[in-house]
Design a protein around this ligand. Structure first.
Ligand code: GTR
Length: 327
C-alpha cells in the first residue's frame, strides 16, 4: 500500500500542479474600443463583463480599453485576429475589405429605417454575416446600433450631391466608403478616427461623415458646423472576438460569452437612443447648421456603381435582394 502510494505520488503531485492553476485561474478578456468610456458601445461591453463576472462568480471578466488605448480600429482588428486582443468593438466598415459579406449592410441606403435594420441584423441574414467572419480569424458575437451616418463639413450646407463636388471628405478604412464618396463627386480621404478632429481644424479635409453621437463625442461639431442629414449609411457596429482566444475557451464558456454579448444588445440600444438625444441637444446648443430638408433621391440614384462593385457575386446580390425584401 505504502509502496503504491510512493510510486503514484509524483504523478498525483504533477497532476495537481497543472490542474490547480487551471481550475483556479480566472480569465480576463481584453476588449478594445475607439470610443471613450461613456459611449454606448463601451458601456454595453462593460455590462457584458458584469454579466460574465456574475454568472461565473468572478472567473470570467472583461477589461475594456476605451478611447483607442489599444490603437485605432485597423490596428486593433489585426491584433484581434492575431489573438493579442480578445474582444474588439468596431464598425463593419473596416472589415469590408477582407470579409465581403460585411459590405452588404454597409451599402448606402440599404436600410429603409432603424426597424428594418434591426429586423435584418437580428435575423438570419445577421447570423450569416457574423458566421462569415470565422474563416478570417474573428468570431462575430453581436451587432450594436450606429444610427445613420450623415455628412458634416466646414464649408457649406450640403443639400444635394452637387454641393459635394470637389470636397475632401474623410472616410473610414473601407473601399466601399471611398466609392460612395466618389460616386457623389467628392474626394475621399481614408483616415483613422483619432486624426479627424485635427484634420478638420487645419483644413486638411473639408468634412467627414458620422452619426449624431460620434459627431458630438469627438467634438467634430466644433470644427465642422454644417451637418446635413442625408443618412447615407446605417453600417452597424459589431462586437467580435479573436478566434484564437475563442478556441482557448471551453464550449460552456463560449456559450456564456455569446449569451452575455447577445444580452448586452438591448442595453446598448437603450443607451444609444438616450445618447442620440443628448448629442442633438449639445450640437443644437452650439448653434450648428443642421440641414434636415434633404431630398435623398439624388443621393440614392448615384449609388448604382457602388452596389455593382460590392455586391459582386450571385450570393451577395441575393443578400441585397433578401434585405430589401424584409418587411
Ligand atoms: C463611429 C464608429 C466607430 C468608427 C468611427 C469612424 O461611428 O462607432 O467604430 O467606425 O465611427 O468613423 O471611424
Amino acid at each position: 500500500m505504502l509502496k503504491k502510494l510512493v510510486r503514484t505520488l509524483p504523478v498525483v503531485l504533477l497532476c495537481l500542479a497543472f490542474a490547480l492553476p487551471v481550475a483556479a485561474k480566472g480569465i480576463t478578456l481584453r476588449s478594445a474600443d475607439t470610443h471613450d468610456k461613456n459611449y454606448p458601445t463601451v458601456q454595453a461591453v462593460l455590462y457584458m463583463g458584469k454579466l460574465l463576472d456574475q454568472w461565473t462568480d468572478g472567473r470570467i471578466k472583461i477589461k475594456v480599453f476605451s478611447g483607442r488605448q489599444l490603437g485605432e480600429e485597423k490596428a486593433t482588428i489585426e491584433q484581434t485576429i492575431a489573438g493579442v486582443i480578445d474582444l474588439d468593438r468596431v464598425n463593419l466598415a473596416p472589415l469590408n475589405g477582407f470579409i465581403p459579406e460585411t459590405a452588404i449592410p454597409a451599402l448606402p441606403y440599404i436600410f429603409r429605417s432603424t426597424e428594418h435594420m434591426h429586423k435584418v441584423m437580428d435575423g438570419e441574414i445577421g447570423q450569416e454575416i457574423l458566421a462569415a467572419m470565422a474563416p478570417h480569424g474573428l468570431i462575430g458575437l453581436a451587432f450594436y446600433d450606429s444610427g445613420a451616418r450623415s455628412f458634416y463639413n466646414s464649408k457649406r450646407p450640403i443639400k444635394s450631391p452637387a454641393d459635394m463636388v470637389g470636397m475632401k471628405i474623410r472616410v473610414q478604412n473601407s473601399d466601399l466608403f471611398v466609392a460612395t464618396i466618389e460616386a457623389l463627386g467628392a474626394k475621399a480621404t481614408p483616415m483613422e478616427f483619432g486624426q479627424v478632429y485635427e484634420a478638420l481644424k487645419t483644413g486638411v479635409i473639408d468634412g467627414a461623415e458620422n452619426n449624431w453621437p460620434s459627431y458630438e463625442s469627438t467634438r467634430h461639431f466644433e470644427v465642422a458646423k454644417y451637418y446635413s442629414l442625408d443618412q447615407h449609411s446605417m453600417s452597424p457596429e459589431v462586437l467580435v472576438m479573436s478566434k484564437r482566444s475563442w478556441d482557448r475557451l471551453s464550449k460552456d464558456d463560449q456559450a456564456l460569452v455569446r449569451k452575455a454579448a447577445i444580452e448586452s444588445v438591448a442595453v446598448m440600444r437603450d443607451l444609444w437612443n438616450q445618447r442620440v438625444e443628448k448629442s442633438k441637444k449639445v450640437v443644437m446648443a452650439a448653434g450648428n447648421d443642421v440641414i434636415e430638408d434633404i431630398d435623398k433621391q439624388p443621393f440614392i440614384d448615384a449609388m448604382g456603381p457602388v452596389y455593382d462593385r460590392f455586391a459582386n457575386t450571385p450570393e451577395l446580390k441575393r443578400m441585397v435582394k433578401r434585405i430589401q425584401a424584409v418587411q
